[in-house]
Design a protein around this ligand. Sequence first.
Ligand SMILES: [Zn+2]
Ligand SMILES: [Zn+2]
Length: 363
Amino acid sequence: MSKALRLSEKWFRRGLWLVALVFAGFLIGLGGTLVGDLPKVEKRLEIDDFLDRTVAERLREDIKRLERSAGDSQAALEQARLKHRVAQSDTRSASETFNNWLATRRVTQLSEQDPELIARTRALDGLRQSQRDAKSGVEAQEQAVLDARQAQARSRQQLQDMEEAAQKKLAAEYRRVELRVFLYRLALTLPLLVAAGWLFKKKRHSTYWPFVWGFIFFALFAFFVELVPYLPSYGGYVRYIVGIIVTALVGRQAIVSLNRYLERQKAAEQLPDAQRREELSYDTALARLAKGVCPGCERPVDLKSDKLDFCPHCGIGLFDHCGHCTTRKSAFAKFCHACGTGAASGPGAATGPGLTRLVPGPA
Ligand SMILES: [Zn+2]
Ligand SMILES: [Zn+2]
């Protein structure tokens, strides 16, 4: 990137890149604060926004009430079962006593005991009756528990069906919200991106380039961090398609630029030597020579050889002789390194101290 060869200029350029980065950082911070302070465009949606609230509330109340009543019935059922067990064991012990008494009576055959027999049989019948009552009490409580549980299950099922339908609507709404959020962000980011593209095309070499590049970094950050993650996915289709389009555009631009560069280079190689020399900046030429390539065509040349005066690939003059002292010197040097005379390159060039006027030599 940096073509500067002067030491201080190099450091100034590095400092200016730092300015560009800091400028971008502050722009990003300002943009983030602005977006954060904007009124929230979308409220958070909940499943309750998509179902009949009164019906849902009633069902939820029912479920709670039935839960409570099932619990109460369950407790009553435990009580009834206990009562039944007590009645069972009362009956069992009473009937054992009765049987024993009956066996004794058979042995003694006392007929005056008949009224007692009737009384004892009645008492036993009474116990059996209360056992049956306790059993039907248990059955009634079992029925109550079952009713409560089934009613609760029905309400639950109804609520679940409603919630499933609402869930589908909520998911559809979320997709719409996602798209809206993306469009808001696009509306904010696209003008930045367009401005950055224009600045890159027209102003990237201007005097105020650090600010231009700072703005470009800011726009790229806004695009890749504030916009791309909000791109609706639609199962990955959109992201991949956008990726393919962006890659195709970038690739096409790279191919076009390469062809343009090659055409420019070819056209430049057709020009007369002096004109080509004039079009090359001094620093660019020196940087290319330092890398061991021809400053005209950027192909590798053997600069150490003392026989090589012209590039064998494009014919540009690489070495010539000082017009004053005839020392062999780089054709791109501005002054002769042996006598300090200002150099004009090419045969037929006017020479003299400090004079660098160029005249076209033979092509
Ligand atoms: Zn060359
Ligand atoms: Zn000289």
